[in-house]
Design a protein around this ligand. Structure first.
Ligand code: FES
Length: 114
């Protein structure tokens, strides 16, 4: 296991990008809960963010792909609007202990095309 970050490194209602094992991930904090996903749009496989650490729509309610605007639920990663409607972002399993978010590097290294 490796530490991705501390949960306090992500502000409530915001997101943060990471690079692990040459793969891109991002985490979102909503209602004090953390969600971690592979930064790979199920439409064309592009990274999602608009700018560094900006993965959410303007009111912070949904994850939004900057390429064609697909919208995803923060809680499940399900696309609810856009060209990949019905598909899901790939959730990354993680553990939390003492406020740290920990992931398995081997899980991440295995990520490929969805
Ligand atoms: S690449 Fe994300 S919506 Fe097209």
């Amino acid at each position: 296991m490796m530490t991705l970050c501390h949960e306090n490194d992500i502000e409530e209602g915001s997101s943060k990008g990471f690079e692990v094992a040459n793969k891109y991930l991002f985490a979102v904090k909503k209602d004090a809960q953390i969600f971690v996903y592979y930064n790979y749009c199920p439409h064309l496989g592009t990274p999602l963010e608009w700018q560094e650490d900006q993965f959410l729509d303007s009111d912070g309610a949904l994850i939004q792909c900057s390429t064609h605007g697909a919208l995803f639920l923060i809680e499940s990663g399900q696309c609810i609007q856009g060209p990949c409607k019905g598909k899901h972002l790939k959730a990354i399993p993680f553990q939390q202990g003492n406020g740290f978010i920990m992931i398995n590097e081997e899980d991440v290294a295995r990520l490929g095309r969805i």
